[in-house]
Design a protein around this ligand. Structure first.
Ligand SMILES: [Zn+2]
Length: 243
């Protein structure tokens, strides 16, 4: 009996580790994907928003201040996230300095607001490392089920999202197909938020229109193509997904 209990607790520990990111205590990539799937498997058509974000200067901080500072940062961000979000929001670290948030019953205007608040609190909570203050900024990509419904319907070739969620005739419904579509929606929504983040990270030259995500293309805040300093910097930005 005792052996069984021991095994049971061992099992609990292992299954917890399988879903938790050790550095931050947030959900890991696998758990995030599963949670989003579950949120979208629900049988009513309600909004779900996804935020994908990362730190603008993470690589520079790692290079300049070492990996110890680089390790401290995600943990500090994790604390900010936990204290800023609702208990039923799902918070995860996707890897490195990338974070994903799933906000049930949240529409586009509200999710933009949440991203704004998070951007500010991350910006205000500078990291102190070896008595030096390291300032942090972050960029956000957001997508929501309802706001991006037309794009989702077109991409997955479905007549209407509402029909996937509000089933009129259960007896004549191919449930396997519905489940499959819901799974595809969850993958797509994550991808859309990631695409929006990719856009947020791009720097654009106002003069010649050159666009790149690589900071080396804009060394010393200068466009490598036309030498202009009029840049729309790919940092500290919030971008909503548009097709
Ligand atoms: Zn240029």
């Amino acid at each position: 009996m005792e052996e069984n209990i021991k095994k049971y607790f061992e099992y609990l520990k292992i299954s917890r580790l399988a879903t938790i990111d050790e550095l931050t205590g947030l959900k890991n990539k696998r758990a995030i994907t599963e949670n989003l799937r579950r949120e979208l498997a629900i049988r009513t058509y309600r909004d779900v928003a996804v935020i994908f974000f990362d730190l603008d200067n993470f690589k520079i901080i790692n290079d300049e201040y070492g990996h110890q500072a680089g390790d401290k940062l995600p943990a500090a961000i994790g604390k900010i996230l936990k204290s800023s979000l609702r208990s039923y929001d799902i918070i995860g670290r996707y890897g490195g300095d990338e974070f994903v948030l799933i906000l049930p019953d949240t529409d586009m205007s509200r999710v933009l607001n949440v991203a704004e608040i998070l951007a500010q609190s991350i910006g205000h909570n500078a990291l102190i490392h070896n008595e030096k203050e390291i300032s942090i900024s972050s960029s956000f990509g957001v997508a929501s089920l309802k706001d991006n419904a037309a794009y989702i319907e077109k991409t997955l070739k479905i007549a209407g999202l509402e029909e996937i969620y509000e089933i009129n005739n259960p007896a004549r419904t191919d449930w396997q197909k519905i489940e499959n579509i819901k799974f595809q929606i969850s993958e797509l929504l994550l991808q859309m938020a990631d695409t929006a983040l990719y856009k947020a990270k791009q720097t654009e030259c106002n003069k010649c229109g050159f666009v790149s995500k690589d900071p080396h293309d804009f060394l010393k805040n200068r466009c490598s193509k036309c030498k202009s300093t009029e840049l729309i910097k790919g940092r500290n930005k919030i971008v909503a997904f548009t097709s």
